[in-house]
Design a protein around this ligand. Sequence first.
Ligand code: ADP
Length: 608
Amino acid sequence: MSQNIVVSLCCFVNILLIMIVYFCKQRIKNQENDIYSLMIVINFFNVLVEILSYLLLQVGVSYESFIYSVFMKIILLLYSSWIILFSLYMYTISIKNNKNNRINRAKKISIILFVILSIIIIFGTLKYKITAGLYIPMGLSTYIVYFQAAVSDLFILVLLFLNHKNLFSKKYIPLLTLFTVGILVIFIQMQFPQYFLITPLLVLTTFIMFFTIENPDVKMIEQLNIAKSQAEKANNAKTDFLSNMSHEIRTPLNAIDGFSQLILEEDDINVIKDEARDIITASQNLLEIVNGILDISKIEANKLEIVNTEYEPSKIFDELVKLTKARIGDKPLEFRVSIDKDIPDYLNGDYVRVKQIVLNLLTNAVKYTKEGFVELKVNTVKKDGVCRLIISVKDSGIGIKKENIDKLFTKFERFDLEKNMTIEGTGLGLAITKKLVDLMHGSIVVDSIYGKGSTFTVAIDQKIVNKEKKDEVKEEIKVPKSIVVKGKKVLIVDDNLINLKVAARLLSTYKVATEEVASGFDCLKKIEEGNSYDLILMDDMMPKMSGVETFKKLQEMDGFNTPVIALTANAIAGMKEKYLNEGFNDYISKPIDKKELERVLKTYLNAK
Ligand code: ADP
């Protein structure tokens, strides 16, 4: 008897723990969980009543007493309901596609069965057979539970037979345990009837079910749902981005195409020049858009890097002022500039990105201001060899609504679209600006009154470089205004005929003789035929034989020592390094920048 109490107490602790863990954990709502919750509760009361009944016997209550037989009948009722629930559970997991209507029907049948069985157990007889001092429960109330267990086993065996393919799936482990351990229990009880092991068997089965039940972690599901909705949002943003981009790209393309056609039909040289200027502006816009896309993709790939070099800040701000004046054009805008006179002559930092940040802000100020003013103010605070540049860009433009200020630095966000229909933009500028400021460990703040204007203030620390300022006048004399290269020949290799034409035309302005070939093979052929050149401009992305492959082959040729410049439209980060590492003498990105071309001509053709 005492051993039975110990076993029951162990079962009690076990089922209590299962109950706490199971009910504290978030669960998904499904049929399996509904049934399992009931099974745990029934198991818990089962063990509890069993312990109480042992205690009753301990205090002298007899087996035949009314109170003890009530406890016994409650235990039988709980057994009976556990068996019904277990059968229902097996039926639920055996049904394909979890058809709810069939499960609901089975539930109704289970309730009817439970009522009938309960009536039989409550009103049935309960007697005891005494063998070797042990009280073995007998009578209708007991037999009906044995009978129910046998029928239920048969029912489950049929289910198993019908689902034999899934027999070894995780969900059937509790059943297999119940059958195998059940057989063991029968043998033990036949040998040692004093041990009562049915309750531990049911608790063990319930315990195993805890691990096999269909209950994916709800938190995980929530996280998956969040990830899914984020992916959907990102996808939508991409679609919006593509449609926005296609519009943004088509606008300058339309100008380039339209004006080019007009030039073909125009005879007046002044009109032609005007139209050519418009083409240049449109292509610069296009280039800005492409650069913005590249920057954003670099930001997303975490590849945007800050490259610090020495620079003259006053020169950068002068350039910015010139560029902004050009942008303002005929707009009725007063451009106010105030740059701290004490700004150091030389700073160390990424001047390209500093320029990009301020230019973005100035461009926006000009774009979103119809009339009034745009103001650029640069103040400095110097301490311990570091100069804090405090740059503010103020305008009297349309301003930004308070609720939009937080979203300002999010990519693709544009506001007041109805109002700004005619203003071109991608919603990338400020996202890139913010990222650049962050990378420089600086800060950016916005102050805006809707309808009145905005002020963007950026603070960036740059190291001060202490050295004598170069003589401006001398340097200006050093840089010739236009260069001429005579008696030199350049070979241009590019599969794209338009690109060949553009490069040749650009070089012709410097009086350089050119030859053009449309593939790596033709380039190799020219050299093999004994043609010699002073410089080769080599496109990389060519079909069949790339520029790099052609270059490698050229190097294998005896006596080949012509400088080769990589010429590519693939302007992503690290391209220059990549081509220099391959052995190219230099790198120019397309579209070709005149200044870059002149630098190359000066370096490799001794242009003067
Ligand atoms: P874009 O100008 O290409 O649309 P930005 O990222 O530079 O993209 O700016 C995002 C949005 O912030 C703009 O579309 C505009 O609605 C708003 N914005 C930016 N600068 C200003 C400004 N100076 N005045 C008013 N609105 C601005």
